[in-house]
Design a protein around this ligand. Structure first.
Ligand SMILES: [Fe+2]
Length: 393
């Protein structure tokens, strides 16, 4: 049992179809005079950055554009952004994009306020992040990472070949999460799939791990229900506004389920593996989720049985154990239905298993996983995931 628990988030959550049009007013309401718009070249190409900039210009908001965010944002990128933030006299941040852009905006805020480099703020006890970042508006353009709701920023350290977390404190949270599901309408199906499965992984891992608590359990269960009901529809019918809206809410709820704590073995694996092979976080997390659940379910059978119900499985007449197994099957089926690539497709090879398992065992998210796991356990799960990948070919 975890002795003392708390839940705190300072973020205001505002959502609606077209709510991007309120961006300038939100900036002004925060008293920000010169925000830095943090985004990536894909968002610029998609025309979404222009949409946001037009709203800012119409509202006479002076801003600085930083559009160099890359997937799995590296430390150097954050440090460069923080230098520009100071040089340009910025006083607030807008994170526009998927998890990478919002995480970069958070981390720029940390470095801009504290000095040094992002690498100096890796989570530790006591937390090196001691004061709040400048006001941050998070505008997600995918429905998955939930970064707009989490107290974390995930960065890549190429020197150590790992991804690491900074945060775990309300000091890094977005001030406002401005969630406009219309921004996700044109996402390609494979991005919808990977990011949506990431939201599901947040919900399932946080619900079953040792740090779970009633507040986060409640939001995690609804996130699972939404993913179960709407991910296939959003994947099959990208323009379906109801499915997009519910997936945006699922991502937000999944992010809230993170709380101030962490996820579990699937994220310990996907985040460390993402430092070895540069691949989309959602896709790799999704591919690992089923095998991790299969490994974990015997630690928390009641909770896994309830996951099956949340995902729409019919568990009438089943024992708790049978129902728990249904949760695992449901996630495997969803993974295949939304065509998640295999580890092999993502660029991994089986000879990397010892390295990947070793790195995962050192990730702090290993602590609290619903079933005890060490390097040997991770080797088994990786082997199993590669096997499952061969079968799905
Ligand atoms: Fe994730």
């Amino acid at each position: 049992m975890v002795p003392f628990q708390a839940y705190q988030t300072p973020t205001a959550f505002k959502h609606g179809l077209g709510i991007l049009s309120n961006l300038a007013d939100e900036v002004k309401a925060l008293g920000v005079k010169r925000p830095m718009l943090v985004t990536d070249p894909g968002i610029v190409r998609a025309g979404i950055a222009d949409e946001a900039m037009n709203v800012l210009k119409k509202g006479n908001v002076d801003f600085v554009l930083f559009d160099q965010v890359a997937a799995n944002p590296p430390v150097e990128l954050v440090d460069r952004g923080a230098a520009l933030f100071k040089q340009e006299g910025c006083d607030g941040l807008i994170g526009l994009g998927g998890g990478s852009s919002i995480d970069t905006a958070k981390a720029i805020g940390v470095v801009a306020k504290h000095g040094g480099s992002a690498v100096d703020y890796e989570w530790a006890d006591p937390n090196p992040i001691t004061v709040p970042i400048p006001p941050l508006i998070a505008l997600p353009t995918t429905a998955g990472t939930g970064s707009e709701a989490t107290l974390w920023s995930v960065l890549t350290d190429h020197e150590r070949r790992i991804k690491f977390n900074i945060g775990g404190t309300p000091n890094i949270a977005a001030t406002v999460a401005l969630i406009d599901p219309l921004l996700t309408i044109n996402l390609p199906a494979h991005v919808t799939a990977g990011t949506g499965m990431d939201a599901l992984a947040h919900a399932i891992e946080c619900y079953t791990m040792a740090f779970a608590q009633p507040f986060t359990d409640a939001v995690a269960l609804l996130a699972m229900e939404y993913v179960g009901q709407y991910l296939r529809i959003a994947f099959a019918q990208g323009h379906n506004q109801e499915a997009r809206y519910k997936m945006s809410m699922a991502a937000m709820l999944g992010g809230l389920a993170y709380g101030t704590d962490s996820a579990g073995a699937a994220h310990a694996m996907s985040q460390t593996a993402g430092g070895v092979v540069n691949c989309p976080h959602g896709a790799i997390t999704a591919r690992l989720l089923g095998p991790v659940m299969e490994y974990n379910y015997m630690g928390e059978p009641q909770k896994f049985a309830r996951i099956a119900v949340a995902l729409g499985e019919d568990v009438r007449g089943l024992s708790v154990w049978q129902a728990a197994e249904k949760a695992v099957e449901a996630v495997y089926r969803l993974t295949e239905d939304v065509e998640i690539p295999t580890l092999q497709d993502l660029g991994f090879s089986e000879d990397q298993i010892p390295l990947l398992a070793e790195l995962a065992s050192k990730d702090p998210q290993t602590i609290g996983n619903p079933r005890d796991i060490n390097t040997q356990g991770y080797i088994k799960v990786y082997q199993h995931t590669f096997e499952a990948g061969r079968r799905s070919k």
